[in-house]
Design a protein around this ligand. Structure first.
Ligand code: FMN
Length: 189
């Protein structure tokens, strides 16, 4: 597969088979992430792998969040929790905050985004499904996720990656990916 075709066929995969992800493959994703471009080689990423017993605790945290957020919508709480119980592994990715340097802090976040995208492409090659979640059970914008992973103050949570072996049936049902043409997004100066 060429890089260009891999970019064109990468998808957000949200449904997984009931199958563990081998530690070797998780390590491969993490290694690939560290090759991402980054300003001044600050290598601003840190990874927190949530699986096994930690995943159970994460589910409990998400349940607390969902019940608080949707007190009158138990069906929504249950379907959201199902998303978590059907996900074998999460990788939370943080970016280093540079005290007193907003620009460097932003550049660090951009580098972490590159790292996550690298992992996304590598996941495809490793036959893994992958989605970067921020909203809802992703909990990226909720301070409790930061506390849960035990990250220091100077690390900002950027992504919660959901990984697992894709459920083939739901892949078959996925609508083709669509994008606005670059022509509409580009100004040639
Ligand atoms: C920064 C970021 C945040 C995202 N957050 C979520 C999310 O919270 N929940 C979700 O289901 N997908 C999330 N996604 C995945 C997008 O919804 C997905 O990439 C988009 O629908 C395009 O589909 P594709 O990746 O299959 O091309 C996120 C993607 C990015 C880059």
């Amino acid at each position: 597969m060429t890089i260009i075709s891999a970019l064109g066929s990468r998808r957000a995969i949200r449904d997984y088979r009931d199958q563990e992800v081998e530690e070797e493959k998780i390590k491969r994703l993490l290694e690939v992430a560290t090759w991402a471009p980054n300003d001044r080689m600050r290598e601003p990423w840190s990874f927190y792998v949530i699986k096994g017993e930690a995943k159970k605790r994460y589910e409990a945290l998400a349940m607390e969040f969902l019940e608080e957020r949707f007190p009158t919508k138990p069906h929504l709480v249950n379907s959201s929790i199902k998303v978590l119980t059907n996900t074998p592994v999460h990788i939370v990715v943080t970016s280093d905050v540079v005290p007193g340097d907003e620009d460097a802090t932003k550049d660090n976040e951009y580098a972490v985004c590159c790292a996550i995208h690298s992992m996304w492409l590598a996941a495809k090659e490793l036959e893994l499904g992958f989605v970067w979640r921020t909203r809802g059970v992703g909990l990226v914008h909720d301070e409790r996720l930061h506390q849960f992973i035990g990250a220091p103050e100077n690390k900002k949570v950027i992504g919660n990656i959901f990984v697992g072996y894709p459920d083939e049936e739901s892949i078959q049902k996925m609508k083709p990916s669509k994008r606005t043409s670059f022509e509409e997004k580009t100004t040639w100066l």
